[in-house]
Design a protein around this ligand. Structure first.
Ligand SMILES: C[S@@+](CC[C@H](N)C(=O)[O-])C[C@H]1O[C@@H](n2cnc3c(N)ncnc32)[C@H](O)[C@@H]1O
Length: 508
């Protein structure tokens, strides 16, 4: 039976899904949503208005589950993003055991567990690393009933084990016909429950009840409001110093300041701050190298030892500024000058930055009242100006202050990468660039910088990969970020720089 639906019906359905399940669908998916809505109207024998009222006002779990079956993506596998599990076994569990000694119990949540592979992986690792006398409970929740049924059966295809280390395969699985069956002990270590992560469910989100939460590849499908609300609940339900693992494409940047960012085992994850925890990672001082050489664009990078020097060289080339640099009042994104109480001075400093009058810009920032001098936007601008004037150790200190207010500032990490490079600490530079890229995947400059660092290490594969990404991102890079971080170059000049680098290093 076909159902006639108007664009308005589908739009109301989209809003209902966002509200009830948290899920966000782009405009390109309206045809798919119309099909799902049509199917649900037939299945429930309701007209569109009646159906939407039913879902919105009665909020029936059975219908939410049916919708989840149609609308969610239960893709998962054992040991997915294995580095995160290394971090879990080697850092997180030992740290939690230290913190919870005396109680000898850990509580772990897998939120959005799909068919259970993530939760079972955690159970396997806990079984392997927990010391005798310790217990752990793993609770795994999802809205999709078919996924949960599959989880409870504990039977998987070899595809689900594609990243599972052989030792774990031999120890915890056995073949049964075409299926692979999970060991009974591991199976019974996980409890599955059907829950809606878009709702504030007090049982699930009790205060400080989990040591570790895995909520990977869930938030990326949520509307920003629902994602934020979910993170608030996770924060509330994690013990202080407890850990949160998100998917690779998900960050807490701009969402909350309640966590420290952790970067170990080649992966990122978060640790909940304690109330009085305001510590900063120690930042070592460094000695700036002064060079004010001016070089033509083609040798822009060749002629400069470091990117910071290149920026300084570039800053002397006023003619390279592109027309698109915004007026100070239009600057947004990295630096929202209109939101600050010290708007006038701040704007003035930006004008001076645009005109490459860096020392005067610093003087202007120096006249700000003490309370606004520690504003994150002002700190970032100060750090950038300091790199331009060669005061890199001070720039590093200022970045440290900025990270105290906003530990997840991609911009601060990028400026730190420049400072580290200048100090000759290339691995530190790469580390900070990688953090910046993780925190803000749309930020072009750390990609460009990683490309140039790779060039310095003669790694042409990495250089091409990073510069190609930088070119793509530069096309859409925020104009205020180009002003702040472009070293005097505009979008077109930076893109040309990437192309020139790749041409120069093309295999002959
Ligand atoms: C891509 S899977 C992630 C599985 C696993 N965490 C991983 O990363 O391998 C996303 C899961 O989130 C679940 N999900 C989406 N919206 C949900 C909601 N409102 N409540 C509970 N689960 C939800 C989906 O049903 C799906 O199983």
């Amino acid at each position: 039976m076909s159902v006639d639906l108007s664009a308005q019906d589908v739009e109301r359905f989209r809003e209902t899904i966002a509200d009830c399940l948290g899920l966000q669908f782009e405009d390109a998916k309206t045809g798919f949503l119309a099909d799902v809505l049509g199917g649900r109207l037939v299945a429930t024998n309701k007209d569109c208005a009646g159906y939407l009222n039913y879902v919105n006002f009665e909020r029936p779990m059975t219908e939410f589950a049916a919708l989840a079956n149609e609308l969610t993506v239960p893709e998962t596998y054992f040991f997915r993003n294995i580095e995160q599990f290394h971090a879990f076994s080697e850092r997180v569990v030992p740290e939690r055991m230290k913190e919870r000694s005396g109680n000898n119990q850990l509580q772990i949540l897998s939120a959005g567990c799909a068919s259970g592979e993530e939760a079972y992986t955690l159970a396997i690792l806990l079984r392997e690393v927990l010391e005798p006398g310790w217990k752990a409970s793993v609770l795994a929740v999802d809205l999709n009933p078919s996924a949960l049924q599959k989880a409870e059966r504990g039977r998987f295809s070899s595809w689900s084990l594609r990243e599972t280390p052989l030792a774990a395969q031999h120890r915890w699985f056995k073949h049964d016909g075409r299926d692979i069956v999970l060991d009974g002990e591991i199976k019974s270590a996980v409890r599955f429950e059907q829950r809606n992560l878009a709702e504030d469910d007090r049982d699930l989100w009790g205060d400080e009840q989990y040591d570790v939460v895995f909520c990977r590849n869930v938030m990326m499908y949520f509307t920003p409001e629902r994602a934020r609300a979910l993170i608030e609940r996770i924060t509330r339900s994690l013990r202080p110093n407890g850990f949160l693992f998100l998917g690779h494409a998900e960050t807490l940047r701009g969402v909350t300041q309640a966590f420290h960012l952790c970067h170990t085992h080649g992966t990122f994850y978060y640790q909940r701050r304690t109330e009085d925890d305001r510590s900063l990672s120690a930042l070592s001082p460094l000695t700036p190298r002064a060079s004010r050489e001016s070089t033509p664009l083609a040798q822009f990078v060749e002629g400069a030892d470091t990117w910071v020097e290149a920026i300084r060289a570039a800053s002397e080339r006023v003619q390279q500024l592109v027309d698109e640099v915004p007026s100070p009042g239009a600057a947004r994104g990295a630096l929202d000058i209109t939101s600050a109480p010290h708007r006038v001075n701040h704007g003035e400093a930006l004008v001076l930055l645009r005109e490459e009058r860096f020392e005067e810009a610093l003087d202007v920032l120096g006249t700000l009242p003490l309370d606004s001098a520690d504003d994150p936007d002002v700190l970032l601008l100060r750090a950038v100006l300091l790199t331009h004037t060669g005061l890199l150790s001070t720039a590093e200190e200022v970045c440290g202050r900025l990270l105290k207010f906003d530990e997840l500032s991609a911009s601060a990490h990028y400026v730190l990468a420049l400072c580290r490079e200048s100090a000759g600490d290339l691995s530190g530079a790469v580390e900070h660039d990688r953090i910046a890229v993780y925190l803000d995947p749309s930020f072009a400059m750390p990609r460009l910088h990683l490309g140039l660092l790779a060039r310095r290490s003669n790694d042409s594969v990495a250089m091409r990969r990073e510069l190609s990404q930088a070119i793509t991102l530069l096309e859409h890079e925020d104009a205020s970020r180009l002003l702040l971080f472009g070293g005097g170059f505009g979008r077109d000049a930076l893109i040309e720089l990437c192309h020139a680098e790749m041409r120069d290093r093309a295999p002959s």
